[in-house]
Design a protein around this ligand. Structure first.
Ligand code: AHG
Ligand code: MN
Ligand code: MN
Length: 359
């Protein structure tokens, strides 16, 4: 049986750390704990039909959505493991109304925002689902360098590291200040894809060994899309500019590569990953379907911002469609929703022209 002799994700993380002699190893430690949680969830997902984790938990989350058993399992797996890893000071999860404190004495210098299981509607029908995560440095930190992206905002003063737990303020930071972000997709294989600001790398889990091996080094999104991903069931709720853009993608212009093919799985991670590898644009725009959700369905902190960091590092772009880049948004609340248009830079730029009424 072919067994990859390649680089394990732990080796890759250590190589990254070695490139930053001043690094303390805390981010490496955080990643290693998160990877254990990912492997645990992957094992459960792959047994979902047998392990009594299908179906509803009988609970409803702050989003007003029914919580599936696998949502709850994934949430608890990450929450419990990361609360005592010693590298995180506070967390937020799609499945938790308020911030998640870490265990006393285990406060670290990073924050973690996560969607424990993305694509819940697909759990019971055996379609790919995923986990999305976003890591910032706590605001009250002495700013020791760690491998990864430094803040692009100038003039930010980091206070001295406190040993108290973090706060919502530590979580409500712009996407362009993420230290690392990525996702795990539980699909035909389980893959971990992440960036620390030095490119995007993909690792595939060999379940017989329990190791993630580097399978997709330095991922770059194609320059132009061949797929568009949007829930056209919402067409009637979109504004005129959005409808014009989707109609445009479906017109015949063989020179221009149109009509694009439509692919929509209903799991953001799966739609995003296909577009990242093969070239595509994903859209979950604002709509007037639900007055309670005027900014669309997706959440900034643990869906849009982490994937925006990944796509930008892979050469793509992510915007809201109302003039803002996702990574520039100053978050106001933990579960804040934003419209998301994300994918190949050419197509996101073109979509922006349509959505701003220029086309
Ligand atoms: P989650 O399961 O974490 O709530 O996320 C589901 C999201 C996202 O994965 C997907 O793109 C979107 O819901 C699909 O929404 P629609 O079914 O409204 O198209
Ligand atoms: Mn989600
Ligand atoms: Mn979810």
């Amino acid at each position: 049986m072919y067994r990859p002799l390649g680089i394990t994700v732990s080796r890759h993380i250590m190589d990254l750390q070695r490139m930053h002699p001043e690094a303390t190893g805390d981010l490496s430690g955080l990643f290693n704990e998160l990877i254990v949680a990912a492997k645990t969830i992957s094992a459960e997902v792959n047994m979902a039909g047998l392990a009594d984790v299908l179906g509803m938990s009988g609970k409803t989350n702050i989003q007003g959505e029914e919580v599936q058993k696998l949502d709850e399992f994934s949430n608890n797996t990450i929450k419990k493991r990361m609360a005592r890893c010693g590298y995180v000071c506070v967390m937020t999860s799609e499945e938790e109304d308020d911030i998640i404190p870490v265990s006393e004495g285990y406060e670290g210098k990073y924050t973690l925002a996560f969607d424990p299981l993305d694509g819940s509607s697909n759990i019971d029908v055996n379609v790919s689902i995923g986990t999305i995560f976003s890591i910032h440095r706590r605001k009250s930190d002495d700013g020791e360098p760690s491998f990864g992206r430094r803040s692009t905002d100038s003039g930010d003063e980091w206070q001295s590291a406190g040993d108290e737990g973090g706060s919502a303020e530590d979580l409500l930071q712009k996407g362009n200040r993420q230290v690392a972000a990525g996702y795990i997709i539980y699909g035909s294989s389980t893959m971990l894809v992440f960036t620390t600001g030095e490119g995007v790398h993909g690792f595939t889990l060999d379940p017989s060994v329990g190791e993630f091996y580097l399978s997709h080094p330095d991922i770059k999104i194609p320059g132009k899309s061949k797929y568009f991903s949007v829930n056209e069931g919402n067409y009637t709720y979109w504004d005129e500019n959005m409808r014009c853009y989707i109609d445009y993608l479906k017109e015949q212009d063989l020179e221009g590569g149109r009509p694009y093919s439509s692919r929509y799985i209903g799991s953001l991670v799966a739609d995003f990953h296909r577009n990242l590898i093969s070239g595509g644009i994903f859209l979950y725009p604002k709509d007037n379907k639900n007055p309670a959700k005027p900014s669309g369905k997706l959440r900034l902190l643990y869906e849009a911002a982490p994937l925006a960091f990944v796509v930008e590092q892979a050469g793509g772009r992510a915007i809201t469609g109302d003039g803002r880049d996702i990574l520039e948004i100053e978050p106001q609340e933990l579960h804040q929703r934003v419209p998301l248009i994300i994918g190949c830079r050419y197509d996101v730029d073109e979509a922006e022209d349509f959505l701003s009424g220029k086309r």
